[in-house]
Design a protein around this ligand. Structure first.
Ligand code: GLC
Length: 433
């Protein structure tokens, strides 16, 4: 009996400790301000770039083609992105209307795309390039007012201490050296946060590969916030946000849509939201993938994300020489042109005060509402439900012409007959009291 009591007491102490460790995160004022800024930015560029780019078959090529780690490592010897130019990448993102860049610092292949002291398997020490593109990018981003986030893989296919494929018992892989791997990640994250100027976010990925392991997130997240309390921590774990995280992400899906099936139980929480999607069907450079999304599809994704209160992080996989293929630059030039004219209805707005409608979505900024008609339904009006504030004026954003409307307690009717329909998005700007 005594023993049972002791065990129960111990168990409850452990649980309480765990809960305390999970529940103690209080974001600082700087962090809360950064969350607002993050939500204001709305549009970011995701970049998957690594030695896998040489093979032109996506970032999973080592795993999918069963390339032995030691053979795969040879790619480092050929990786020499002579045409990489941080200025060009940042200018490209800026022209497309993007406000931040999230780039792979280390992917599942374990290769570090930055100069790290924690492993020789990195772009400065293991390639003929010998330079650190992430440092150049960080400096250029800072100069140009573009925020920089680092993607960081939790999963590692090659490191012996990670021991990919190992059985997990008591929160650790049976093979490998879990403590050493956790320390390695902490040391690399410290480098990324302290050496690179202006880093504003860490984007974790790969959690889903080991659901039973103890990732030590409490320590890792606390370390990140100790080094810089404003850093936005996000994790692509496909479950509800955990304590210590600052934004919630959705992969290849608008928040809550779950068409991919990655996240059947992922409910939308209270943190800022971000959704990522690929410009074709690949994250890393894929030479045969020609399923390019059109500028219209990208604009719709951005608008639909904003209307659901989420940022849109659009991915490209640059080529191994450091250039971005023309299909991407051409499409994003069109998107950038569109945003230049219509950006006020996207940047700094919030969504979700009006639920998505068959005709489109609504974004809101202070006393202004923007109705985005992306799927015209053909009728003589659109109806915006749940508008409590008094509407004073409705105009077409593109030319300022006045539009007729009628407000009822249930919402607002906007009369659209004769309106010049924009094939991308007809935006009606409403001023409210
Ligand atoms: C998935 C892919 C990974 C990619 C990530 C980006 O997790 O497996 O390769 O980096 O999506 O969202």
């Amino acid at each position: 009996m005594k023993r049972t009591l002791l065990v129960l007491c111990l168990l409850s102490a452990i649980t309480t400790n765990r809960l305390a460790a999970q529940g103690t995160y209080t974001p600082t004022a700087d962090n809360l301000a950064q969350r607002q800024k993050f939500q204001d930015m709305k549009f970011g560029l995701f970049i998957h770039w690594g030695i896998y780019s040489i093979l032109g078959n996506g970032e999973w090529v080592m795993h999918d083609k069963k390339i032995p780690y030691d053979s795969y490592k040879r790619l480092a010897g050929f990786f020499n992105p002579q045409d990489f130019n941080a200025k060009e990448w940042v200018a490209f993102a800026k022209q497309a209307g993007m406000k931040y860049i999230t780039i792979t610092s280390r992917h599942h292949d374990g290769f570090s795309m930055f100069g790290t002291k924690m492993s020789p398997y990195n772009i400065v020490d293991a390639t003929p390039y010998h330079k650190d593109p992430l440092m150049e990018l960080a400096k250029e981003c800072e100069k140009e007012g573009i925020e920089l986030h680092f993607y960081y893989s939790l999963l590692d296919w090659g490191r012996p201490d990670y021991a990919f494929d190992s059985q997990i018992v008591d929160g650790k892989p049976v093979k490998g050296d879990w403590d050493s791997y956790i320390k390695f990640m902490k040391d690399q994250l410290t480098e990324l946060i302290t050496k690179y100027p202006g880093v504003k976010g860490i984007w974790f990925d790969g959690d889903w590969e080991r659901t039973k392991v103890n990732w030590h997130y409490d320590e890792i997240y606390a370390l990140i916030h100790k080094l810089n309390p404003a850093i936005m921590v996000g994790n692509n774990h496909h479950v509800a946000p955990k304590s210590g995280e600052d934004f919630q992400m959705f992969e290849k899906d608008l928040p809550g849509a779950n068409t991919t099936g990655f996240a059947p139980d992922q409910t939308i929480g209270k943190l800022p939201l971000e959704t990522c999607e690929t410009i074709n069907n690949s994250w890393g450079f894929n030479i045969t993938d020609r399923s390019f999304k059109s500028s219209k599809q990208i604009i719709h994704y951005l608008v639909n994300a904003a209307g659901r209160n989420a940022n849109f992080l659009l991915n490209i996989g640059p080529m191994p020489n450091g250039k971005i293929q023309s299909e991407f630059t051409d499409t994003l030039a069109i998107v950038g042109n569109w945003i230049q004219k219509n950006g006020e209805s996207i940047y700094g707005t919030r969504g979700s005060s009006v639920p998505p409608q068959p005709w489109g979505v609504v974004t809101v900024k202070n006393k202004t509402m923007y109705a985005h008609i992306t799927s015209p339904q053909g009728g003589p009006y659109i109806f915006i439900p749940q508008v409590k504030e008094k509407v004073n004026k409705a105009v077409l954003l593109s030319n300022g012409s006045t539009i007729k409307f009628k407000q009822q307690p249930e919402g607002v009717f906007i009369y659209t007959t004769g309106l010049a329909i924009d094939p991308n998005d007809t935006i009606i700007k409403l001023t409210v009291d």
